[in-house]
Design a protein around this ligand. Structure first.
Ligand SMILES: *Cc1c(COP(=O)(O)O)cnc(C)c1O
Length: 440
């Protein structure tokens, strides 16, 4: 990799190396119908994932009583944050046209982050296949039967492994252990102590590494390869995880219908998704595109120290380049976003469907965390604030808005949905430390 040639050809890469916060609107974004063939997955695949989650709902309602009220469906509320909208406009000196909403995946049951979508779905899919194959259940049965001693004993003979910076491990560890699996989570150096402790409480084996996420994943993969009865969950390449996230699209559509939020040609929707390796935001974005078509505009948000997806998509090198290749250290306080090399699967599948990418530094995440707490009394982990500058960046970029045929009349009807991806399970002491990092 010749860095000089790369920065000559892509001046944006020079800004990434300098750790400058950037906003890049992709000129190659296209319509859903033109982009769909590149995704390689369809509405039918998402419908299948949705149906599987419905089959498992009676199981989840019993296994995790906190999901009982929602009938065993793992979903989060959407809330309006008008005080935050005003506070952002004041802080950045940029009015935000339309309304600002927050999607509280931070408060998803079971594991308190967006990983409760894809991670749990992938384990359920694996358990489903094993149990059906062994004749323990049929698709017509009540899946609550999976709580039986017989089923748990069956799963206890099977192993699951995953590499994680924390949140994926939490979600996969908790659901796997509950089903009865023998589960190992390979944790990178940046993983929080409380997340490891929580997993161990659930009976999960935690293996710790002194290196970053890429190394933890590789070690996990190797350990699993040596063991034919071990299922390795591959965050970087899994279509199953991606589909678990994608179910969010139809759920948001139903929530908006109940809330009276209109999305159409005159009422654009903007969604801001924090991005690590890409599976979570990529899958959610795919589901949203299927639900709202070309009326939804999506931006991915990354830390200045881990801008792997924008680097991969902008240069077209995808998983062929890591931020470390440019001397960027991949050190950030944003759990889940400290990823140096993007998923090539997600980058290639979604690059025509994502309007833009932004980066922000850790201090800004802390400041926004403090601002949201002050304005709305909502507490999130730093990564969950990554999308929060999105509405400001969009509204400030008249060239982008003109190119997308989004004049002020339409923007006045816009809905901005910031996806809050984690923080619901952060212990009070840890949250106090986060809040102390925010500048008043
Ligand atoms: C994992 C995670 C993300 C990003 O998901 P990827 O699939 O890694 O891109 C965003 N926010 C939080 C809190 C996460 O845990």
């Amino acid at each position: 990799m010749n860095i000089h040639a790369l920065t000559e050809r892509f001046p944006l890469v020079q800004q990434l190396i300098k750790l400058e916060p950037i906003t890049w609107f992709n000129p190659n974004v296209t319509s859903l119908s033109d982009a769909l063939p590149y995704v390689g997955l369809s509405q039918a695949d998402v419908a299948d994932a949705s149906a599987r989650l419905t089959r498992f709902a009676p199981y989840l309602a019993k296994a995790f009583p906190e999901t009982l009220d929602a009938g065993g469906i793992i979903e989060s509320p959407i809330t309006s944050i008008p005080q935050m909208q005003a506070a952002l406009a004041e802080r950045f000196g940029q009015p935000i046209a339309g309304q600002l909403l927050l999607k509280l995946d931070s408060h998803l049951p079971i594991s308190g982050s967006i990983k409760a979508r894809g991670g749990i779905y992938e384990v359920l899919t694996h358990a489903d296949a094993l149990a059906l194959d062994a004749g323990l259940i049929t698709e017509q049965d009540d899946y609550a039967n999976l709580l039986s001693d017989e089923c748990r004993a069956f799963f206890a003979g099977k192993r699951i492994a995953v590499g994680s910076t924390g949140n994926l491990g939490l979600s996969i560890g908790i659901i796997s252990a509950r089903l009865g699996f023998d589960v190992t989570v390979h944790m990178s150096a940046d993983a929080r102590e409380w997340k490891k402790a929580k997993l161990r409480q659930h009976g999960v084996t935690v293996v710790e590494y002194e290196q970053d996420y890429g190394v933890a994943v590789e070690q996990g993969r190797q350990a699993a390869e040596a063991d034919p009865d071990c299922f390795f969950i591959d965050d970087e390449n899994s279509r199953t995880l991606f589909l678990g996230y994608a179910v969010a699209g139809e759920r948001v559509k139903a929530q908006f219908a109940r809330m009276g939020v209109v999305v159409d040609a005159e009422h654009p929707l903007f969604v801001y998704l924090p991005c690590g390796v890409g599976g979570g935001p990529g899958g959610v974005a795919f589901g949203l595109k299927l639900a709202f078509g070309d009326h939804v505009h999506i931006l991915f948000a990354e830390p200045t120290h881990s801008p792997c997806m924008v680097l991969g998509v902008h240069t077209g090198l995808h998983e062929g380049i890591a931020v470390q290749d440019l001397g960027i250290d991949n050190l950030t306080a944003a759990d889940g976003l400290a990823v140096g090399r993007p998923s090539g699967f997600v980058g290639r599948a979604m690059e025509r469907l994502i309007d833009g990418y932004l980066t922000l530094d850790d201090q800004q995440m802390y400041d926004l965390l403090g601002l949201l707490n002050h304005a709305e009394g909502i507490q999130l982990e730093p990564s969950a604030l990554a999308g929060m500058p999105g509405p400001v960046r969009v509204c400030a970029d008249t060239a982008y808005l003109e190119r997308m045929a989004l004049p002020p009349e339409k923007m006045a009807n816009a809905t901005h949905l910031v996806w809050a991806t984690g923080g619901g399970m952060v212990p009070a002491q840890e949250m106090a430390k986060y809040l102390a990092q925010a500048k008043a």
